[in-house]
Ligand binder design. Structure first.
Ligand SMILES: Cc1cc2nc3c(=O)[nH]c(=O)nc-3n(C[C@H](O)[C@H](O)[C@H](O)COP(=O)(O)OP(=O)(O)OC[C@H]3O[C@@H](n4cnc5c(N)ncnc54)[C@H](O)[C@@H]3O)c2cc1C
Length: 378
């Protein structure tokens, strides 16, 4: 398959816009939001104003209508500044995918317009206390009663839950073993209860909370696709989303590497900059090489998305390798910073804390390897 490595003029221009935004609006406040564990509403608003939000949403529904490569470039840039902010931005994308993949035109217009034109937030609500990796083990139920479905169940670790105006939810038909259906559930319906915000190791600018559905009456018209199509819709949504997690991981790695490189040139020991020591040079060389490899895997997965051929295995390669790279690079960045790497006043330790979640959410790296192994052994 032919792949081209050059970006178009437009892609380069938007990349520069996202790069400058990150340098001017995110890097200077990243440690403040991390330290205060505060949701960065003002940064979110500015990202919306600059067209760097709702990145998965086509122009016809009020989104910026950027191509998949541009989407990944923007995500990488934002994550280079703060992965907590990138995750918060991408929560709207994540919630958009099941709608774009499976919803009726009417539903698409209604709910995508709310996040684009009305400035609302949406959450993707899949994980449950008893069902993380084992999605099919979920126990949220939906029971049809006339022109409504009655939803009952608990979702946990939901990004942006405290701010979301609606939730895109996967539930199981009550009494049926494996019949999953997807729904859009408005936050203000009776019985939608938001739990308290989680305190996290990293991604502290992002909001994470649980959501409980207690006898929630969801109108039939808020069903995404047909009854029983929900699992397929959510899995397809994840193959769109996973390369973008890879892009976030590349952004974290790039940010950690940039900081470590600058520090290595400045910090002097034994009368010279530590960048003069071969052990530091080799660490920097490996970091740079692995970032490049991770970025290429992300770009290949994104290229396939853009071609309309989302590939589960390529999405898994990209997400898994980039997440492992982010962890390794961020850990080496801490090492290059020496004692200062362990101190919160310096940027390295935040990159390491943020990198860890890349190996866990949207399918752990073990689950990505399960996907890859299945493909190899098929
Ligand atoms: C900050 C944060 C934000 C999140 N945002 C969202 C969100 O917006 N929406 C949402 O729905 N979810 C979200 N999640 C949930 C996240 O996707 C899950 O935590 C993740 O999928 C793992 O599920 P689990 O925590 O139940 O781990 P488990 O599934 O219990 O896994 C525990 C361990 O067992 C391993 N394991 C499990 N099964 C297998 C297997 N078959 N083979 C090999 N190893 C296995 C896992 O890899 C892991 O190491 C978020 C989580 C966090 C922490």
């Amino acid at each position: 398959m032919a792949m081209f490595f050059e970006l178009s003029e437009e892609q380069m221009e938007i990349n520069r816009l996202a790069r400058d935004f990150t340098n001017e609006e995110i890097l200077p406040v990243a440690s403040k939001y991390d330290e205060e564990e505060e949701f960065p509403v003002d940064v979110m608003d500015k990202l919306r104003e600059c067209g760097l939000f709702n990145l998965a949403v086509p122009e016809i529904y009020g989104g910026p209508g950027v191509d998949k490569m541009t989407h990944s470039l923007i995500v990488e840039q934002i994550a280079r500044g703060c992965a907590g902010i990138a995750t918060s931005v991408e929560a709207n994308s994540l919630a958009s995918y099941p709608i774009l993949v499976g919803a009726s035109e009417e539903l698409k217009k209604k709910y995508l317009h709310r996040i684009t034109y009305e400035g609302q937030y949406a959450s993707f609500a899949l994980t449950e206390p008893g069902a993380g990796s084992d999605v099919a083990g979920l126990s949220t139920t939906a029971e049809r009663k006339g022109d409504h479905y009655i939803l009952n169940g608990d979702k946990c670790f939901i990004t942006n839950a405290s701010y979301a105006n609606y939730f895109v939810v996967l539930a199981k038909e009550k009494g049926a073993e494996n019949k999953f259906t997807a729904f859009i559930v408005d936050r203000d319906l009776d019985g939608v209860l938001i739990g308290k915000k989680e305190k996290k190791m990293g991604l502290r600018a992002s909001n994470t909370a649980s959501v409980t559905f207690e006898e929630v009456a969801v109108p039939v018209c808020n069903r995404i696709g047909n009854e029983g199509d929900g699992f397929k819709i959510f899995m397809k949504a994840l193959s769109y989303a996973r390369p973008m997690v890879g892009a976030q991981a590349v952004g974290i790695a790039q940010g950690a590497y940039d900081a470590a490189l600058a520090y290595a040139k400045e910090r002097k020991q034994f009368g010279k900059a530590i960048s003069q020591f071969q052990s530091i040079q080799f660490m920097l060389a490996d970091m740079s090489m692995n970032i490049e490899a991770a970025r290429l895997l992300v770009h290949k997965a994104v290229y396939l998305l853009a071609k309309g051929k989302p590939s589960a295995v390529n999405s898994s390669y990209a997400k898994c390798f980039a997440a492992d790279t982010a962890m390794e690079v961020a850990s080496d960045a801490v090492q290059i910073f020496g004692g200062n790497g362990y101190i919160r006043e310096y940027p390295a330790e935040k990159y390491l804390r943020d990198a860890k979640i890349m190996q866990i959410y949207e399918g752990t790296n073990q689950i990505q390897r399960v996907v890859i192994a299945k493909e190899i052994l098929a």
